[in-house]
Design a protein around this ligand. Sequence first.
Ligand SMILES: Cc1cc2nc3c(=O)[nH]c(=O)nc-3n(C[C@H](O)[C@H](O)[C@H](O)COP(=O)(O)OP(=O)(O)OC[C@H]3O[C@@H](n4cnc5c(N)ncnc54)[C@H](O)[C@@H]3O)c2cc1C
Length: 436
Amino acid sequence: MLCGWGRVPVAGREVRSEDLEELTRRAVLCRGLGRSYGDSSLPPPSHPVVAATPLADRILSFDGATGRLRAEAGLSLRALNRTFLPRGFYAPVTPGTQLITLGGMVAADVHGKNHHRDGCFGAHVTRLRMRVADGRILECSPEEETELFRATVGGMGLTGHILEVECRLARVPSTWIVAESERIHDVDRFIDGLKEAGVRWPYTMGWIDCLSRGSLLGRGILMKGRWAEPDEAPPGLPRPRRRPSVPLVLPGWVINRWTVRAFNAAFFRCHLPRVRRRLVDPESFFYPLDAIGHWNRMYGPRGFTQYQCVLPESAGRGAARRFLELLTRRGGASMLCVIKDCGAEGIGLLSFPKPGISIALDIPIRDDTQDLVDALNELVVTERGRIYLAKDQFTRPAHFRAMEPRLEEWTCIRRKWDPEGRLRSAQSVRLLADRP
Ligand SMILES: Cc1cc2nc3c(=O)[nH]c(=O)nc-3n(C[C@H](O)[C@H](O)[C@H](O)COP(=O)(O)OP(=O)(O)OC[C@H]3O[C@@H](n4cnc5c(N)ncnc54)[C@H](O)[C@@H]3O)c2cc1C
């Protein structure tokens, strides 16, 4: 059996090799480190074998003058960061985990805490080497085979297998982060706080207590960060931390409305009312969840899903409040509810972010999860927002079509490169009516 990070299994298995060209010869889907939550890295029922890339992780070239890196698609973001931070470079965009591969970063066109300023990862990709559905190996970029490039960035592995990625790393002034955090008392002030912080801080995001109600609805902690200047940073490199692990799958009842309420209240109160400023190492700042191995086992044997949507600026500031009100009315209880403001839409035709507010929350799977996701999706459609495919496991095709006006153009390009519909995933079967 295989599963995404949400731990909902499907029949399937991985094959691995250092030789990605050979591995992808007959594959219909590639998979990186399986950190997408839902079914995007899982195989379709009739072809249960996925080509897993993590052994194909060689760094092929690096230019220290420009920061240009070329590497195999299986290189992990953690290996990249640990190799290049001591040399004064870091990934230009990084999501909330570094246990992912370059191929997965391109296929989901990942975004990070700096989306309002630096866009998605795809904005920093200069070239891809790919195997397309008819078996050919070719290169695409923003200038060459542009359509294929734009359909592949954010295309969830459905336009071809990414073999190599060339991108620009960001030069950083030190190996430490200056972080600031503060309590925020409701969702409207949160949105204002994110906007204000985004003017001065490259990295911003917030944690929300999604069980608070009334005037406290959407209270939480706003976090901001920037790279420390050399004169602010301690000498030497931060040391990698040892990480504890959740040793086994916890019973399903451990995460419930009452435990989540208690956790959320404690987490909020642990932060003193005043602004907190400190120097932190980048791994603690960018990847707090990576500090606990197998944390996805906490949600019990049925697993969990992450729901992430973006509510566009055109929907107004009230959209986030309406979303949280609906969530609490429907009994959705999440310990992990993250809010972020998004900047301009990226180059990828199916890239997730667009200007507005993104909300992401973990939902333990119960009998009513499909109903909850349906209700949230109805609201997102009405507000003209959209969901993030890398997290999704429950969205229905009609909802996705209604959210995604770019789908038709993306599908035309996909069909041009793969007329027989060879490349597919469990997600594309569920959502795009691909052949099982
Ligand atoms: C704790 C946590 C925090 C996260 N935070 C964020 C966040 O802040 N922002 C964000 O954007 N995402 C976030 N994510 C999601 C994660 O960044 C993406 O799902 C990413 O794609 C996972 O990369 P992976 O290598 O594990 O790919 P997988 O999960 O294995 O695959 C993801 C997709 O990429 C495709 N793919 C992988 N490799 C290739 C390849 N070589 N060629 C073609 N297609 C390929 C797969 O087919 C699949 O469609 C988070 C995930 C976790 C677990």
